[in-house]
Design a protein around this ligand. Sequence first.
Ligand SMILES: Cc1ncc(COP(=O)(O)O)c(C=O)c1O
Length: 350
Amino acid sequence: MKPPVPIRAAVEKMRAYNPPLEGRTKKLRLDFNENPIGCSPKVRQALAKLTSAEICSYPEQETVRRQMARHFGVRPDELLLTNGTDEALHVIVSTFVEPGDGVLLVEPTYAMYRFYAELAGARICAPRYTAEFPWAEALRLLASGAARVFFLPNPNSPTGNLLALPEIRRILGSAKQTMVVIDEAYFEFSGVTVIPWIRRHANLIVTRTFSKTAGLAGLRLGCIFVNRELAASMRKSQSPYPVNAAALVAAEAAMRDRAFIARTVREVKAGRQQLERGLARLGVRHFPSGGNFVLVYFADRAKKIVAALDRKGILLRDRSSDFGGEGYVRITVGTPAQTSRLLRELEALL
Ligand SMILES: Cc1ncc(COP(=O)(O)O)c(C=O)c1O
């Protein structure tokens, strides 16, 4: 049926984003970079104590925002709570991007940058990632002022590339007319952060998530760090209740349980090393990673390997389409026991 009002051209032009969303819970999920252990038991206890009053009232976030600011070492007015990083990206685009404005991405990268930019009717500038910095084309585009926003995850997914602080400083220096968004979704595994720079750089926005190390992907909680003047403007493009009551209660418990975070980081780092060694032993090409995942190259066997492992109950993420040819698969790092299982199955297949 034809609607009486035309669908916006930007939406008509977009390709539907179809990640595998269903039927994952019973499998070994090494496909979405979630926490392989789960969440802290203290989070589950806190959720069990949610009162009826908390559930039936609109959520109040001020107390948690203050705790979170203390946790991350910023002032409360430099922090916005968001419905996952995904909402943070939407808020950033809504604040800075008019239809036809340039948005810079270095691809392959996290798909939602392109998604929200296209939704806003932006012009996408997308040079390709190379392992070696400086990226001439991206820096040229930044210097020319062609982009309003530059989305840059550090480390990048799916490649795992990690930029060092001097490289990010150089990017910020080139971006005189561009907001640079450093997405630190995998910070806990890389240890590289620029949150302390938000007061010095008017063009810097940092995002973080509770989906990865804290294991709260199902509750959708992220945050934006930015200087206080911009934070106030960006807050205007958010709904009054972006974060739900369960996520707020869970965040409090997650921040308090530092031992759980430390255990996750320890297990993932051990798993990453074990996975890299195992892949090397099996002769599988792979790339250095600063995150909780490793990009591997299975050449023309990629599809078959991903499908065969799926049948064994192990999910990996085929990223071949990002690279324009078959072969590239992203593997989330599991615990050492999960990694052993994966390597056993892989060895049998290879
Ligand atoms: C670079 C990057 N940023 C953000 C996210 C998603 O974060 P959130 O779950 O908070 O929306 C992901 C998820 O895979 C990611 O890879």
